[in-house]
Write a protein that binds this ligand. Sequence first.
Ligand code: AHM
Ligand code: MG
Length: 332
Amino acid sequence: MTQPTTLADFLQDAGIPAALREGLLSVADACRDIADRVERAPLTGHLGALQQSNVQGETQKALDVIANDIFLDVCGASSAFAALASEEMEQLWAREGRSDGPYLLVFDPLDGSSNIEISAPVGTIFSILPRLDDRIGGTVLEAEFLQPGSRQAAAGYALYGAQTLFVFSVGSGVAGFTLDRADGSWRLTHPDMRVPPLSAEYAINAAHRRHWDPGILSYVEACEAGASGPLGRDRNMRWSGAMVADVHRILVRGGVFLYPADRRPGQAAGKLRLLYECAPAGWLIEQAGGRASDSRTAITAIRPGTLHQRVPIALGSADEIATFETYAGAED
Ligand code: AHM
Ligand code: MG
């Protein structure tokens, strides 16, 4: 059997700017290194939590910090990027003398890291944003990162699961590559990924049901009612604990993923972060024919006010998100 196309060849043929190609290859290199560290974590003593928190007040795992450091080493050295920002760093990070990079990189280095010690899937999410021409060469300002998802030059994720995958878009569809451990190459295995329009699967952490607003509750009750309810179809629920794994399932098998706002302290805008979790995931789903919404507005239309802003999110098959909005968007 002929070997599938490599990531480098795919990017060469895609006709995208050389700097974007270089930036994407550096992200893929970082993800390959992270995959190795995730796989070897039980052998290297890196399964557990550290005695420290990140800017969100969440306990950091050893691998959260290791994965973040890999991004700084690998992508921080790429001439594509003038500065980086991540879930694990309170402020942006810029390497001295690299302000001429035309792009900014934002990322969640290890999404779903509570899955690490149970050997369940974890992932990396990233987004590449353009700098304005008249800013290139100047000191990077935080305000430059605060762009709506519709402005992304590229976005994607790596999934460290049964296989290691690298899935991304440069604004013309979504393609997925599998890591070939034999030679370390990424090979095109999922060309032109499209969200299937029909699916019977929904994903929400229903342990928080008592804190939901009425619109969320009535949508989930409609899902639970199955064929005899208003949505007219029996459903299954799936919740992986890592958004990357849920987004990947939706790209392959359809369905919806919900992380709504709720009435718990600190959850008034949900849990997930706009800039480096929801905007890239939402843009990918749109690129694959689906939709992502905060229940009224497209996720990719929302301009972040801060680096670590949270946003409620529903993403998945376009028709199902439209149905969800009729329940959740009509609540006040
Ligand atoms: P993290 O970036 O700190 O890992 O948090 C994000 C994760 C998502 O991957 C996942 O969908 C969600 O948090 C799970 O939250 P919960 O523990 O409320 O089920
Ligand atoms: Mg994380």
